[in-house]
Write a protein that binds this ligand. Structure first.
Ligand SMILES: Nc1nc2c(c(=O)[nH]1)N[C@H]1C(S)=C(S)[C@@H](COP(=O)(O)O)O[C@H]1N2
Ligand SMILES: [Mo]
Length: 395
């Protein structure tokens, strides 16, 4: 029905030879009827990019950061990182077990969890390997493929602290081993430290239940920490007095230093920012006033300041930050920019509420060497050519 109407309207427009009139007529035709679950416009096509591998169950997909507005990542575009595929879990039978060094071990159903006092908060989630190519290996040509393993959602769940009080930690309790219900039973050791006060057992994302890719029906959320510890499809918390030293906290997600030793449990994601427009792959077609924009975040709190350089780091200007600025969340920055068709090297530099300033790539390599593929948060440059082509300066 709708299709026929559209075709008729097009014919009418051609017959009259007047675009404006044809458009007016078209607007009066009936649209499509109501629907039970919303879809975006067929004219909107941004998608996650998937790293091509022979084992797509153990891969990642990246958020199109240059094609999202504000600070919230649509759930359908949230980045994904799975080690053994997405399990299909029935929330009616899923349980969470909390045991080990506790006074009162607990097994909770999802219905029981959802009845407990809860919180909703906006937080970013970032893979510890995000922008790892920028260390010097292979980085992506655009912001999606180089920085897209980071997203930001409103999460809803039960504060972890509430459940730890309920089970009663024994004096020696100092680690939680979080275990997923996916095929690899992914496990991470989580230190019981003050920062864990922000943690929650999340069952909601952007107003609805978690997407299966994000851990439906339950995930551990430790805001500000590397994505890997935020175990999805959470089925068990084993309270211990030491870490398990699992694969993902020893050979993976650790930073091999120049002296041959590795930094382990480097959990907070340090302050970081990236310009999303203009960025790699964009073309500025003529000299014009543009809105430069991007995202900044810190695993240690709120973003206080973002500065922009247009001249390769010689001079810096403050960008405007969108309000409100949430702790441990994306902050959107903006700055009007007149591009004069001259080559430029643009970058952003974030400062968080602890006073920590995002380092240069060179400072980061001087401190940590270039053996690591994880935890890269150096200042990110894009190059604009005289012809307007924008490229990754480090690709
Ligand atoms: N059970 C389980 N939890 C997991 C993973 C996994 O493969 N299995 N991947 C981890 C990694 S490496 C990251 S970066 C985040 C990704 O979360 P997302 O897919 O919701 O973006 O989940 C973490 N939690
Ligand atoms: Mo990750």
């Amino acid at each position: 029905m709708a299709k026929t109407s559209r075709r008729q309207a097009l014919r009418l427009g051609a017959a009259l030879g007047s675009g404006a009139l044809a458009q007016g007529e078209e607007a009066r035709l009936l649209g499509t009827p109501l629907g039970p679950y919303g879809e975006r416009s067929r004219h909107v096509t941004s998608v996650r990019t998937m790293r091509q591998t022979r084992t797509p169950e153990a891969g990642s997909s990246a958020t199109p950061l240059a094609e999202t507005y504000g600070i919230i990542t649509p759930s359908a575009l949230h980045y994904e990182r799975h080690h053994a595929g997405i399990p299909d879990i029935d929330p009616a039978t899923h349980t969470l077990t909390i045991h080990g060094l506790v006074e009162r071990p607990l097994v909770l159903t999802m219905a029981e969890l959802r009845r407990l006092p809860s919180v909703s908060r906006i937080h970013f989630l970032e893979c510890g390997g995000n922008s790892g190519g920028e260390w010097g290996a292979k980085t992506g040509p655009d912001v999606q493929r180089s920085y897209g393993l980071a997203s930001c959602s409103e999460w809803t769940g039960v504060p972890l602290r509430l459940l730890l009080e309920e089970v009663g930690l024994k004096p020696k309790a100092s680690w939680l081993i979080a275990e997923g219900a996916d095929a690899c039973r992914m496990q991470r050791s989580v230190p019981i430290v003050a920062a864990l006060d922000d943690a929650m057992l999340a069952y909601g994302q952007n107003g609805e239940p978690l997407r299966p890719a994000q851990g439906f029906p339950l995930r551990l959320l430790t805001p500000g920490w590397e994505g890997n510890v935020q175990v999805k499809w959470l089925r068990r918390l084993h309270v211990t007095d030491q870490p398990y030293m699992t694969r993902d906290e020893t050979s993976k997600y650790s930073d091999l230093m120049p002296d041959g030793k590795a930094r382990l449990f480097s959990l907070p994601q340090e302050a970081k920012s990236v310009i999303t427009f203009p960025s790699g792959g964009h073309t500025l077609d003529r000299p014009a006033l543009l809105e430069l924009t991007g995202l900044a975040w810190s695993g240690r709190g709120r973003i206080e300041r973002v500065e922009i350089t247009f001249d390769g780091g010689a001079t810096w200007r403050d960008a405007r930050l969108d309000e409100p600025r949430f702790r441990l969340a994306f902050t959107r920055f903006r700055l009007p920019y007149r591009w004069d068709a001259k080559p430029a090297a643009i970058a952003s530099r974030a400062t968080d509420e602890t006073g920590y300033v995002q380092p240069t790539r060179e400072q980061l390599i001087a401190a940590r060497g270039a053996n690591s593929g994880y935890h890269f948060n150096g200042i990110k440059f894009w190059r604009i050519a005289a012809g307007g082509q924008v490229t990754n300066a480090d690709a």
